[in-house]
Design a protein around this ligand. Structure first.
Ligand code: UDP
Length: 328
């Protein structure tokens, strides 16, 4: 039985990865310090014999007894509102955490994968973004703590690959959504859906002409899994190339939810990328992968999930408007 360590296991993406590796018949060790994760996302796994949970902060020395075949480092705050609240932890988990886990992978002879991100392209000057593009990142801006940690994470992973011969994979994840997203994480999908459910207006930042391309979580997990199982060690974009402006997206959500509320406009946060769309030619040719779930389908499934939350949960997750706080 393959033994897999997944960090950030109680997070949105981490928990879906735990499910996938359990389905593949692996022994899964989920690790999290619950700064942004939630045990609710993995509580259904606790009864399984082939699942273990370690409460641990990976910026400290990581010890896992027994053999490990794969290590997937998916622990990190992942929304702009979190980077603002916990910037140092964001830097540490990407830098020190990655170093500790690389050491563990080397010790165990495990294959190591890091969750990189479209944020390494910053506010891109090349569109759509190919893996060859080096990016346009403001090192000292509000997103710099995340973007630079992720860029460092790619560099140190590549250094362990070339210097120590470690077997490594780098996935560049574009905007991903689905059930188990935190309703108050500040990201646009839970933000709009939460607002619709609470009967509030939808807050579009800027004039809403900025674009994003949203990938349903099941598609994202499939791409990640295929990359891990492939022998390709360069970075690979995994995301859905179907691009939309945030204003059009808000209108889609209004239709989907049937809310009577309207769109209101707020300031655009500093360094908010104006466009984002993955070029997935590499994933297509190397992994035979492309997304299958349409936005209409994925959004409906996600909204159905948010609707199951109680009114009490909804109240606790009031919309956090961060557009003012980070504008200079
Ligand atoms: N956004 C918005 N209203 C909100 C939250 C986000 O208009 O209530 C915008 C945000 O400014 C950005 C886009 O939606 O242009 C996607 O934001 P998100 O935080 O989901 O992801 P990221 O910017 O990291 O891609």
């Amino acid at each position: 039985m393959k033994r897999v360590l997944i960090t950030g296991a109680a997070g949105f993406l981490g928990s879906h990865l735990c499910d996938r590796f359990i389905k593949e018949g692996c022994h899964v060790i989920g690790m999290d310090n619950l700064i942004t994760g939630d045990l609710k996302n993995i509580e259904h796994l606790f009864k399984l014999e082939n699942f273990e949970y370690y409460h641990h902060d990976v910026t400290k020395f990581v010890h896992v007894p027994g053999k490990l075949d794969y290590i997937l480092h998916f622990a990190s705050p992942a929304s702009p509102i979190d980077y603002l609240k916990i910037p140092i932890q964001t830097l540490k988990v990407g830098a020190l955490g990655t170093h500790n886990l690389l050491g563990l992978a080397k010790e165990k002879g495990a294959r190591f994968m890091i969750a990189s991100t479209s944020e390494i392209y910053g506010d891109p000057l090349v569109h759509p973004q190919t893996e060859e593009y080096y990016g346009n990142v403001n090192t000292i801006g509000p997103r710099g703590v995340y973007d630079e940690a992720k860029r460092f994470q790619e560099s140190i992973t590549m250094a362990y690959h070339t210097f120590h011969g470690l077997d490594t994979r780098i996935v560049r994840i574009f905007n991903t959504y689905g059930p188990r997203m935190r309703l108050n994480d500040g990201r646009v999908i839970p933000a709009f859906m939460g607002q619709a459910l609470r009967g509030e207006d939808l807050t579009v930042f800027g004039d809403g002409s900025q674009t994003r391309s949203f990938c349903y979580v099941d598609d994202e997990v499939e791409g990640i899994y295929r990359l891990l199982m492939s022998d390709y060690t360069g970075p690979v974009n995994i995301g859905n190339p179907h691009e939309i402006t945030i204003k059009d997206f808000a209108e889609e959500i209004i239709k989907l939810t049937g809310t009577d509320q309207k769109i209101i406009y707020k300031d655009l946060p500093k360094d908010d990328p104006m466009v984002r769309q993955p070029d997935i030619s590499k994933a297509k040719s190397i992994l035979g992968w492309e997304p299958k779930v349409s936005r209409a389908d994925g959004m409906k499934r996600t909204y159905d999930y948010f609707k199951t939350l109680s009114q009490e949960d909804l109240k606790k997750t009031e919309h956090r408007d961060f557009s003012k706080q980070i504008r200079k």
